[in-house]
Design a protein around this ligand. Structure first.
Ligand SMILES: NC(=O)c1ccc[n+]([C@@H]2O[C@H](COP(=O)([O-])OP(=O)(O)OC[C@H]3O[C@@H](n4cnc5c(N)ncnc54)[C@H](OP(=O)(O)O)[C@@H]3O)[C@@H](O)[C@H]2O)c1
Length: 321
């Protein structure tokens, strides 16, 4: 029973609140149940949902037992496998998008179902790999699964320099879409470097004045940005919302367009395909900052500015190559 008492370092919160509620401390080390894999976490990343949950904004929608470990990106190495696992063995290099219904990866170890992992990109270190799953799957699914975009079509990506947006631009260009994206003046050159055909400085230009007859808008700001986004779409186009509340069906009808809200899902085949694209040099995640796991509170403060370029990563082990 020695293992039952085993502990690991983790960042947990015992009460909802500001970044200071995140505590680096000992927590029980998970054991693999049937069909589960224990991953030794080399790196994880910060997504806005993490601090929204920590602050209590998602209560009623996502309720977790406290103390709780956040973090739904992982890059690491398989430590052990539970009964019935056929896809992985100890020592495999993996990355993944753990189930948000369960405890996350701000920790030395995480238990995940075997189909929540894919082979990690061989050409990327764990820092860059950990930046991809949640944001990358969301971008991919918004563009291709939900909007169903095909070569030559036009998409406007809101918050295009952010975690989801910077990957969405690169994925969209891989499929020969025409891409417009919004960002502040500071990020205009960056959007161009990513391949964005029409970077729009939201501080100077109203995007609906320069983007018309688009097939899709990937919308992650809500409020006025959402209201104005309808005008960008051509008849039959689609607004794909990444944040609640769901887009108004009445508005969609009035503009003669479609609307959807999505929550990015773990799809192992897609994540494996994304790894192959990374290894082929077709895209690269941007790392805004790397913090040691124990400094998760600082990482949250940075994410909460909502002006991060690319992704913030939490490094869990010292050698992340
Ligand atoms: N539905 C899902 O499954 C799902 C998945 C992932 C994320 N999300 C949600 O989608 C949103 C974006 O996620 P993320 O990870 O990309 O966030 P993020 O990395 O924090 O986004 C930061 C970016 O937002 C840009 N931004 C801020 N204000 C803007 C404005 N008024 N117009 C255009 N861009 C603006 C910033 O660019 P500047 O610095 O240039 O202003 C910055 O690059 C979040 O609300 C997140 O919770 C949903």
């Amino acid at each position: 029973m020695a293992n039952a008492m085993a502990t690991m370092k983790a960042v947990r919160f015992h009460t909802y609140g500001g970044p200071e509620v995140l505590v680096y401390e000992d927590a029980p080390k998970p054991e693999p149940a049937a069909g589960e894999v224990i991953v030794k976490v080399y790196a994880t990343s910060v997504n806005p949902i993490d601090w929204k949950i920590r602050a209590g904004h998602m209560r009623g929608f996502r309720d977790y037992p406290l103390p709780f470990i956040l973090g739904w990106d992982v890059s690491g190495v398989v430590e052990s496998v539970g009964p019935g696992v056929s896809l992985w063995k100890p020592g495999d290099q993996v990355y993944g998008r753990p189930d948000m219904a369960r405890t996350g990866a701000y920790a030395e170890y995480i238990a995940v179902k075997e189909d929540e992992l894919a082979p990690k990109p061989k050409s990327l270190d764990h820092i860059h790999s950990a930046a991809i799953p949640l944001a990358g799957l969301t971008a991919w699914q918004a563009l291709f699964d939900t909007a169903g975009l095909t070569p030559g079509q036009k998409v406007l990506i809101q918050a295009a320099a952010g975690g989801v947006g910077h990957l969405a631009i690169q994925f969209a260009k891989l499929k020969d879409l025409y891409v417009a994206g919004t960002a502040s003046g500071r990020n205009q050159e960056y959007l161009k470097q990513l391949g964005c055909d029409l970077p729009i400085d939201y501080e100077l230009t109203r995007f609906e004045d320069v983007a018309r007859d688009y097939d899709a808008v990937i919308e992650s700001m809500g409020g006025q940005v959402r209201t104005r986004s309808w005008k960008v779409l051509k008849k039959g186009g689609i607004l794909v919302a990444l944040i609640g509340p769901p887009p108004s069906e009445d508005d969609a009808k009035a503009y003669g367009v479609r609307a959807a809200i999505i929550w990015g899902q773990m799809k192992p085949d897609q994540l494996a395909e994304i790894a192959r694209l990374a290894d082929a040099g077709k895209f690269r995640p941007e790392i805004a900052a790397v913090f040691p796991l124990r400094d998760a509170a600082q990482a949250h403060r940075m994410s909460e500015t909502e002006h991060v370029r690319g992704k913030i990563v939490l490094q869990v082990v010292s050698d992340v190559s």
